[in-house]
Design a protein around this ligand. Structure first.
Ligand SMILES: [Zn+2]
Length: 202
């Protein structure tokens, strides 16, 4: 008569399991907040592309009032970064710039593009096939009268950088067409000088 014994008693272990599960959930509530590292993200930014990915996530957004932006930026930078303007082709200082280093946001020093991904597009604007890290920029549709382009913005301060098109070189096939005015170049020597501990010859 005990051929269904295994099933008949199933209720007990299930009840125990539920109890354990409830205790488990209670335990989860005790999980401590992750330690907030206040290590200088700004220093990492100034140093260029060496920032850890975790620091990108922790990167504080830069949110300033319009008046503060006007104070911080030159009129030309304000027109591009905050007013979504476009500098005339071949007018910027970086479209034919070939030094090795990192191009950071002129508004907040967020490292955006490396000279390693810069290519000659012939458009008259500095062009890159990839950002330093996808998290450093964000994109959104820019609906014009006849076409929709993809706007590229600084992920840290929301400043307008330029547009990205799908006619770039490999390996990405993308062309980040960026205003020189929105960028500030930090040369390799400059970056090393900012990190004396890393400045030793290899
Ligand atoms: Zn920025």
């Amino acid at each position: 008569m005990d051929f269904v014994g295994g099933i008949r008693r199933a209720g007990v272990p299930v009840g125990l399991a539920l109890g354990v599960a409830v205790l488990g959930w209670a335990g989860l509530r005790l999980r401590a907040d992750a330690q907030d590292s206040t290590a200088s993200a700004a220093a990492a930014l100034a140093a260029g592309g060496g920032a850890e990915e975790a620091q990108v996530d922790k990167l504080d957004k830069v949110e300033l009032t319009d008046a503060q932006w006007r104070e911080r930026l030159t009129p030309q930078q304000y027109r591009i970064l905050r007013g979504k303007g476009t500098e005339p082709a071949f007018s910027g200082k970086y479209y034919d710039h070939k030094e090795e280093g990192t191009y950071v946001c002129a508004g907040c020093a967020n490292p955006l593009f490396s000279s390693e991904t810069k290519f000659r597009s012939g458009t008259g604007w500095p062009s890159f096939y990839a950002p330093v890290d996808p998290k450093r920029v964000r994109t959104q549709p820019d609906k014009g009268l006849f076409t929709t382009r993809t706007e590229v913005l600084c992920a840290r301060c929301g400043g307008h950088l330029g547009h990205v098109f799908e006619d770039g070189p490999q390996p990405t096939g993308l062309r980040y067409c960026i205003n020189s005015v929105a960028l500030k170049f930090v040369g390799e020597d400059e970056a090393s000088a900012a990190r004396p501990e890393d400045a030793q010859p290899e």
